[in-house]
Design a protein around this ligand. Structure first.
Ligand code: URA
Length: 243
């Protein structure tokens, strides 16, 4: 048996404190009865718990890191029938979904989970979760272009936030850079690189918040360790601005 607010929080519907507010507001039913008493004990395996009339899921949360290959879309279903990242995690028994998106041709670290609450926070711009990419660019990138990438580029009439940029290699034909951003604008790295005159040839995400891709092979996935899940939670404890 556990406290009702804890069972709701574990289901990923809300934080513990938000769950308390939901209960106090009369939005939670247990076995059909509205319960407003905080701390009511429930058996998440047996009791039917509903929030706003919707049953909560009491199955365990899972967190999966995938090394996404190029050619897979990050949507659950592709109207054109192209392979999706869910095809690669088909052996995970729980119904997981991707946290954020990578373009079809972008490779690298993609997190998948059935924890909707954490996923929402990790993708919400106000938490400024850092994402690190390695990008192969066409041509020998100039100092000026690096400077512009660092300071911000105009996309859709709005400047990108400052980025950390390192040049890893440079030749006449191509350059590799590492770029850390915390916004999640559509095709952001590709459009930033294009805007400074050095289009992306290859793009790989190597870090998402505290998680690093490491030596996970392309197309493979692994379950996160408890310390990694805790590190993710710690990343989104507080919104920026309220630090
Ligand atoms: N930026 C991009 O341009 N593409 C991605 O997939 C991720 C970040």
């Amino acid at each position: 048996m556990e406290r009702l607010q804890k069972a709701i929080a574990k289901a990923g519907v809300a934080s513990r404190r938000e769950a308390e507010r939901l209960i106090a507001a009369g939005r939670v039913r247990v076995n059909g009865q509205v319960v407003t008493v905080l701390g009511t004990k429930v058996d998440p395996e047996r009791d039917r718990i509903e929030v706003d009339g919707r049953p909560i899921r009491t199955e365990a949360h899972v967190y999966v890191m995938l090394n996404k290959p190029a050619g897979y879309v990050t949507t659950a279903k592709d109207p054109q029938g192209r392979p999706t990242v869910l095809d690669l995690v088909a052996s995970v028994p729980q119904r997981v979904f991707p946290v954020g998106r990578l373009d079809r041709d972008t490779r690298g670290l993609l997190l998948l989970t059935n924890d909707g609450y954490l996923a929402h926070r990790l993708t919400h711009p106000s938490f400024e979760v850092v994402k690190v990419y390695r990008a192969k660019l066409q041509g020998a990138i100039s100092r000026q272009a690096v400077h512009r990438l660092r300071n911000g580029v105009l996309l859709d009439g709005r400047m990108t936030a400052p980025a950390q940029v390192r040049v890893l290699s440079r030749s006449i034909d191509s350059s590799w850079i590492e770029i850390a951003i915390h916004e999640g604008r559509n095709r952001q790295v590709r459009r930033m690189a294009q805007a400074v005159g050095f289009p992306v040839i290859e793009l790989v995400r190597i870090q998402f918040g505290p998680l690093r891709l490491g030596d996970l092979a392309s197309g493979n996935f692994r379950y996160l360790q408890e310390v990694e899940v805790q590190a993710l939670r710690n990343t989104v404890l507080r919104r920026t601005g309220s630090r």
